[in-house]
Design a binder for this molecule. Sequence first.
Ligand code: FNR
Length: 186
Amino acid sequence: MKIVALVGSTRNNSYNLRLAQYVQNKYQEQLNVEILNLKEIPFYDQDIEVNPPAAVKELAHKVAEADAVLWVTPEYNYSIPGVLKNAIDWLSRGERVLVGKPSWIMGASMGGLGTVRAQQHLRDILFSPGVSSPLLPGNEVYVGLVHEKIDEEGNLNHEATELFLDVVVNNFVKWMKQQEAASAVK
Ligand code: FNR
């Protein structure tokens, strides 16, 4: 199953990037996760959306080819970072490659709430008409106090989080099978 991971932080030592890389490595038997870089995505501009810059075209192409999108987001001022919203705004136009594309969400922060408020906003955005991305129900992954749980090498040193991620990944895989079966019936 091909998954593209969109990480809402562009910094090199991002905890959210490390979380995405952990999922990519740990579950490689079940999931083929490609982490997409949002650093080169310019600001959304309606004047150029008919023929967007190459980085935007490539992003849209990779999302279109994937079976699902994994959003891994930090929380910035109680919401998702602008870099992630900007990418979604591009993807919501033109061929609208997110429409009908299954999504699941994870997030990590150094605070105790682990991106609860950012993820709440992201759920609202996924529900908007230009996005309309079906979301894995439940299975809300909030990795709070992440600096105590993931080390510099990206190793997760927190058993409860490891076990929870196992459950979430299994639930995601089951849910994807249900999604495929439902679309075969249509
Ligand atoms: C933050 N941070 C933060 N944390 C949080 O729990 N709630 C918040 O509203 C915010 N707001 C916020 C705004 C801005 C501009 C920055 C730079 C940071 C802290 C944030 O969780 C922390 O920096 C994470 O480490 C960012 O994620 P990455 O870059 O490590 O993936």
